[in-house]
Design a binder for this molecule. Structure first.
Ligand SMILES: NC(=O)c1ccc[n+]([C@@H]2O[C@H](COP(=O)([O-])OP(=O)(O)OC[C@H]3O[C@@H](n4cnc5c(N)ncnc54)[C@H](O)[C@@H]3O)[C@@H](O)[C@H]2O)c1
Ligand SMILES: O=CCC[C@H](NC(=O)CCC(=O)O)C(=O)O
Length: 471
């Protein structure tokens, strides 16, 4: 086996799922460049027709696709099906977003002729995908970018190449030219080569803050390349006065543990008033103990499956033990029932007494609890992070939510709803270390095209009325 071989293993079983050779990045970029004039040159109507055909391809192959996502990520089959639905729904949402946010606009002009704003595609866009939503999240860049007239060089995560290959095959089966959407199999080295490639006009990235910063650094001397960075979070869920403790506990568990905590919007920190701590913890613990962790196809269906691989499980375990070392008090331990597999059980740890709590994203089923004396302290604690992706308030009155909304720094702010499960029909992105102010989802249209202002007349009929010597 050569060094250039990439293999993906099913997290739940450890079995090999897929293998393939690394792609030549230069060749992929050259092909996408070559395809660009024809793709950008055809009508918007035609491009929309083709992405709608793509949605139909995914519909036709939905069962097969969901099964593959479940196998390669370890997420439960029911959840993999929701990912396939999100891939399909992205198409109509992006068609509407293109028209609304980047369509054409005629301007009132004092001149004869017309003045207009229209949008043009950037050219060749690199899309770099994460493993936790290996289809939905790269697709959230690819579909709007194709509609706008860009061609694509897409590298799925090295942990989920099979889903990437399947996704791209659906585009090709739909009639989108092979060169217009290229797949690159590879890891960090291929990703780096794509980012710095002179034939690339933009980089649309979803992944960790460490990789996002590295990409930003690489592009610092190249301001002409558009770069959208969708990164992680250290998201707070704040619980204040509510008699509905059982419901609050459900929202908190959903926020922290869905997808084994492998969502960028997962709640990492529960900030709770001292006065509600004990009764809320009682309900949260009861519920957490009932969550089923199992293989994606198990019956009864699990709430979540394994984390992506053993290495990730090892690191999460180490981070958890580190929190205990710093003074964290376990409420429910993080456990790994089988050391040879990456299944982790949901854990809750009280880190109130840790003075310098590490402000990092622990991308797994670990919820920290921080007790506070009042709402002011809760808001300060919610903002006690360099990230700013999502935040939820549970309980409180409308005026409390108004204050929370006004004072908490995040791109997604919810009330009596989980921190995760964001809508594709809204902008999706964060501030601070969570992003670079180029939100995705509905606002992806904005970074897929640039505005061009024009004033136009059919004939060159120009006059200068002052400052001329008479004829
Ligand atoms: N904000 C969002 O929309 C969002 C959504 C999903 C996941 N995430 C984040 O993604 C992370 C989990 O995904 P991951 O572990 O696959 O992320 P990752 O950063 O390790 O990898 C993401 C992609 O970038 C590539 N890559 C890594 N380093 C690179 C570099 N220096 N240059 C170019 N490419 C590089 C990888 O090969 C992969 O394709 C979490 O931090 C999570 O919060 C964010
Ligand atoms: O893991 C990170 C994102 C998960 C998900 N967010 C979205 O699906 C955003 C919508 C979109 O991009 O279309 C969530 O919030 O759970």
């Amino acid at each position: 086996m050569s060094d250039n071989t990439f293999i993906s293993y099913e997290p739940a079983t450890g079995e090999e799922l897929w293998r393939g050779e690394a792609t030549d990045v230069d060749a992929a970029v050259a092909a996408a460049r070559g395809a660009w004039p024809a793709w950008a040159g055809q009508s918007l109507t035609k491009r929309i027709e083709l992405v709608r055909r793509f949605a139909n391809q995914v519909r036709k192959r939905a069962d097969e696709f969901a099964e593959l996502i479940a196998r390669e990520t370890g997420k439960p089959l029911w959840e993999a099906r929701t990912e396939v639905d999100a891939v399909i729904n992205k198409v109509e949402i992006s068609v509407n977003a293109y028209a609304e946010r980047t369509g054409k606009k005629k301007l009132d002009s004092a001149l004869q002729g017309t003045a207009a704003v229209r949008h043009k595609p950037h050219g060749v866009m690199v899309v770099l995908g994460p493993y936790n939503f290996p289809a939905h999240l790269p697709n959230g860049h690819i579909v709007p970018a194709l509609i706008a007239g860009n061609t694509i060089v897409f590298k799925p995560s090295e942990k989920t190449p099979a889903v990437g290959v399947f996704l791209v095959d659906c585009f090709h089966q739909a009639g989108i030219p092979e060169d217009a959407i290229q797949i690159v199999i590879g890891g960090v080295e291929e990703g780096k080569a794509m980012v710095s490639h002179p034939g690339v006009d933009g980089v649309l990235f979803t992944g960790s803050v460490q990789a996002g910063i590295a990409i930003n650094r690489t592009l610092a001397t190249n301001p002409g390349k558009i770069v959208a960075l969708e990164m992680g979070g250290n998201n707070p869920i704040v619980a204040i006065d509510t008699p509905l403790l059982e419901d609050a506990a459900v929202l908190i568990a959903q926020s922290a543990f869905t997808t084994a905590g492998q969502r960028c919007t997962a709640a990492r920190r529960l900030v709770v008033l001292e006065s509600m701590y004990e009764p809320l913890m009682e309900d949260l613990l009861k519920l957490t103990k009932r969550l089923i962790v199992d293989e994606p196809f198990a019956e009864p269906s699990p709430y979540f499956g394994p984390v992506i691989d053993n290495d990730t499980a090892d690191k999460l375990m180490q981070s958890y033990v580190h929190l205990i070392g710093l003074g964290g008090k376990p409420i429910q331990h993080l456990r790994r029932p089988d050391e040879t597999k990456p299944f982790l059980t949901p854990s809750i740890i009280d880190t109130t007494e840790i003075e310098d709590r590490p402000d990092v994203e622990l991308f797994g089923p670990i919820l920290q609890v921080i007790r506070v004396k009042d709402f002011d302290a809760a808001i300060a604690e919610a903002n006690n992070t360099r990230f700013g992706l999502s935040a939820s308030l549970v309980g409180g009155r409308p005026q409390d939510y108004d204050r929370f909304w006004a004072n908490v720094r995040a791109g997604i702010i919810n009330w009596n709803r989980p921190t995760n499960g964001a809508s594709s029909a809204a902008p999706f992105g964060g501030i601070g270390l969570s992003g670079n102010h180029r939100p995705a989802a509905y606002y992806a249209a904005d970074y897929c095209a640039y505005p061009v202002a024009s004033t136009e007349m059919k004939q060159p009929r120009a006059t200068i009325s002052i400052g001329l010597i008479e004829k």
